[in-house]
Design a protein around this ligand. Structure first.
Ligand code: NAD
Length: 309
């Protein structure tokens, strides 16, 4: 039987990749996107054949659209995604109230909900990131994600049969992120500098390490969460490997057939994460899936897609 899906933030980077993959794998599925285009882009939805509700999730009454509709899974990706936006009211209001609105609309219907949290909730503590370690959000974006998890936990306690599954995405890169400009992945930003003939600018001395995860793997984590035999919880969604910014430059020089050395600059951010690395043991146990891409194969696939430009 064909299924019905809702994707909030579906005009954005990860949401649009999810929408296209779902449509390709389940051609009969009904897919509705909710997005207010504050950071999304219609170009990401070229070829998309589903419905689109253009609205701010934190301010819209969703009842008229979903009152009589059975939705199988809601994927919640809508969020302010610029981590350097320090407007505390805007980040908290829009991210948290949008989430509360969605929970209120769908919890009573027993719809499974898969939502995006972030590795930013771990803060600047270096090392391997395990879901049970204390959260230390270093900016208001990360704080709002902690609140999403708190609200989900509270909601799950009152609705034990309701599946509400959070995924802490690490640093995602891949096709359809071009619209994010300075909030796009360092893989795209450095590739654009190099394609313009400039040396790639990274913070001294390029050995800070991040868990860079290819967007196809993130889509697979979300789809695994949609079918997993679990109720509620929060899981890491990364590659499971920490790689340096120097590694990115090496791989970009390889696929772009260039030989541009990095230009090292001082890091102006006090909330910068020096090392992130997803511990995936719980994710693999509960979601029965694991990432398929390394940094090398992810950058190869990105380049082959034609979006790395
Ligand atoms: N890209 C990453 O590396 C990364 C890492 C960790 C977490 N995340 C999370 O993944 C999700 C998707 O991020 P993305 O990288 O695709 O960013 P994005 O900015 O491309 O997508 C976010 C989408 O949400 C929409 N949106 C924002 N607020 C909204 C609101 N109140 N109502 C309706 N639509 C709204 C935007 O217009 C945009 O289309 C976000 O929740 C983000 O916090 C992303």
């Amino acid at each position: 039987m064909s299924k019905t899906y809702v994707i909030t933030g579906g005009a954005g980077f990860i949401g649009s990749n999810l929408a296209h993959t779902l449509a390709a794998r389940e051609p009969d599925a009904d897919i509705t996107i909710i997005d207010d285009f504050r950071s999304g882009d219609f170009r990401n939805l070229e070829g998309f054949k589903g419905d689109l509700i253009t609205a701010d999730l934190s301010r819209v009454d969703l009842t008229p659209w979903f009152d009589d509709v059975k939705v199988d899974v809601v994927f919640h990706l809508a969020s302010i995604t610029d981590t350097t936006d320090h407007d505390q009211y805007r980040q908290c209001h829009d991210n948290i109230e949008g989430w509360r609105n969605l929970l209120g609309t769908f919890t009573s219907k027993k719809t499974r909900i898969v939502y995006a949290s972030s590795a930013a909730t771990y803060g600047i503590a270096a090392g391997i990131n395990r879901v049970d370690q204390p959260q230390k959000p270093a900016n208001v974006y990360a704080f709002s994600k902690v609140q999403l998890e708190n609200l989900a936990r509270q909601w799950s306690r009152s609705n034990p049969k309701q599946a509400i599954i959070g995924l802490r995405f690490f640093n995602v890169y891949g096709p359809r992120e071009t619209h994010k400009l300075k909030a796009s992945s360092m893989i795209l930003q450095l590739a654009q500098q190099m394609l313009a003939g400039k040396q790639p600018r990274i913070f001294t001395a390029g050995e800070q390490k991040r868990d860079f995860v290819y967007v196809n793997d993130i889509v697979d984590f979300m789809l695994a969460a949609a079918r997993a035999d679990i109720t509620s919880g929060v899981y890491n969604a990364g590659s499971g490997v920490a790689r340096s910014f120097n590694d990115i430059v090496t791989n970009l020089n390889r696929v772009l057939n260039l030989n541009l050395p990095p230009e090292y600059i001082d890091n102006p951010y006090s909330f910068y994460q020096p090392h992130t690395e997803a511990d995936l043991a719980e994710t693999e146990r509960a979601l029965l899936t694991q990432p398929a891409f390394t940094l090398e194969t992810g950058i190869d696939d990105y380049f082959a897609s034609g979006w790395l430009k």
